[in-house]
Ligand binder design. Structure first.
Ligand code: BTN
Length: 239
């Protein structure tokens, strides 16, 4: 992978999208100072200090969109969780692609596609990981959040962490592009923290409540509601 460092930027995702043409496949744009980080569903991603990760991977797997490309967030999510495990913590995946430790969010992923007509110019896979965030800063976030240094009790070297993530990402990337989510389904399910639990999933402007029963071979969440109706949810947010 090619690493591309920017001192200060509003959002590495926004930068990657705006410079998609000049940036080669498998380039990673990263910064120590992200001033207007964005999250899924129009949320913000707070800046938690320069010793955390704010990065976007640029991918150009094909010139047309394929179904499995939308599961790349889940592939990256599993990679991040596996790297965190190397530090002795037990990360859990909250479908579709958040990572929690002790029920507190430590990492989030935002994927965005850039298209021109019906051609796919590229995919931006942005991820933020709290590696060395101070507790006072995390306490100001509206949802429970944690950081790897807090969980393990020592400072985390972000270059080492990022290198581990990018190496692991490359290992099975080509296979993932061919096989899609079914390549990682079992490993993903082992880390999923909501299966067999009652959940409320926000899908656009409606909420679906019921028992989360399964994650399908294409990464969708299956929820059975009180009327025994099965919902297969491809996009949403567990509340
Ligand atoms: C989420 O949990 O909602 C996704 C958060 C994604 C944050 C990362 S930080 C680097 C990249 N640039 C952004 O503006 N967002 C992503």
């Amino acid at each position: 992978m090619n690493l591309f460092y920017i001192d200060t930027v509003d959002s590495t995702n926004k930068y990657a999208k705006e410079h998609m043409q000049e940036l080669a496949d498998m380039t990673v744009v990263y910064t120590y100072n992200q001033t207007a980080g964005r999250g899924r569903l129009d949320r913000k991603w707070n800046f938690a200090g320069e010793d955390n990760i704010y990065a976007s991977i640029i991918l150009k797997p094909a010139d047309k969109m394929h179904e499995q490309f939308s599961n790349l967030t889940q592939y990256l999510c599993l990679v991040l969780a596996e790297v965190m495990e190397e530090y002795g913590v037990i990360p859990k995946i909250k479908w579709p692609n958040d990572i929690l430790i002790n029920s507190k969010k430590i990492s989030g992923i935002l994927a965005e596609g850039v298209t021109s007509g019906d051609s796919l110019m590229g995919i931006v896979l942005g991820f933020g990981v709290n590696l060395n965030a101070k507790k006072e800063i995390l306490d100001k976030i509206d949802k429970p959040a944690t950081s790897l240094n807090i969980e393990v009790g020592y400072f985390i070297d972000k270059k080492i962490f990022l290198t581990k993530v990018l190496n692991k990402f490359c290992l099975r990337y080509d296979e993932f592009i061919n096989k899609g989510f079914r390549l990682i389904r079992e490993d993903f399910i082992k880390k999923a923290c909501f299966l067999n639990n009652e959940v409320t999933v926000k899908v656009f402007d409606k909420n679906i409540c019921g028992l989360a029963t399964n994650i399908t071979s294409n990464g969708a969440l299956e929820v059975t509601d009180k009327e025994n109706k099965k919902h297969t949810i491809l996009m949403g947010d567990i509340l």
